[in-house]
Design a protein around this ligand. Sequence first.
Ligand code: NAP
Length: 307
Amino acid sequence: MEEKILDMAVIGAGPAGLTAAIYGARGGLETAVFAGPAAGGQLLQTMDIENFPGFPNPISGFDLMTKVINQAKRLGASIISEDVKDISVCCSPFKIKAGGAEYSAKTVVIATGAQAKWLGLPSEAKLTGKGVSGCATCDGFFYKGKEVCVIGGGDTAAEDALFLTKFAGKVYLVHRRDQLRAAYILQQKLKSNPKIEIIYDHVADDFLGSDKLEAVVIKNVKTNGKRTLQTPGAFIAIGHTPNTELFKGKIKMDDEGYILVNDKYETSVAGIYAAGDVCDRVYKQAIVAAGSGCMASMNAIKYLEMK
Ligand code: NAP
């Protein structure tokens, strides 16, 4: 295997990882980002971003991340379009296996983000990709003029429901409580959209259909009464799980798998930092991810200077 020595290996290419790379490269470090096949992270699935400073008009996640990728490249960071298959953290330099090559890195920034959670119903798994989806931006287009439903009550569910009204004739937003968790401005938009019906106090009980989704059975959590929504599209938007499988048993995590960091974004292993949603249980915002990527990277630069 070919071996390359890096000052900084960034794992993950969302706002956190790419910002870490920008600061690493600008700090004079030989920096590479392991980006997987599609650099950009979760924002690639967001249509309109209107809360990232510097963009007075909404910008799509794809356009924003394309700019950030180009910025990181212009400053000298290499983007490696491979997933990391393994990492050894026992001793420095750390060893990273990706795309048939082994790399050594003096510092690592883990910025692998998070991914959508599923409800865990057998019928959900059976019909995933056949009408049940975790990505409204990816699959919404298929439901022109149809009735669809979104499960969840947070910002993602609200944004998904609003996005789906661009295509669907009607969108049911099914939430398990009598109050949404989504931000106030999103709630206002939901309530003023005539295509959206919010169904409170209900959970998804079953997804019906043999080879494609035909209906979703929802259950009232207060009365146990059931209702069937005839819909070919159901979008699950109930939160996220951190992408930390690769680091289990190597880096300390909390009970939900979020990487534990201190106020310098240092993990339990000296020289390894984490940033963004992989260590953020609370904010999960692109701007926060970018900020933590910056801080992790600046601290990694200092760590190398002290060595
Ligand atoms: P979230 O805030 O954790 O909300 C998840 C929602 O799904 C909650 O309403 C929750 O209900 C519900 N839920 C969880 N498990 C469920 C289950 N098993 N069955 C039924 N419902 C379930 O997740 P998110 O909406 O993906 O947002 C994650 C983070 O990203 C948040 O910090 C959010 O602010 C941020 N975000 C921001 C933007 C933006 O600013 N534009 C966009 C998207 C996401 P309960 O309310 O009862 O807990």
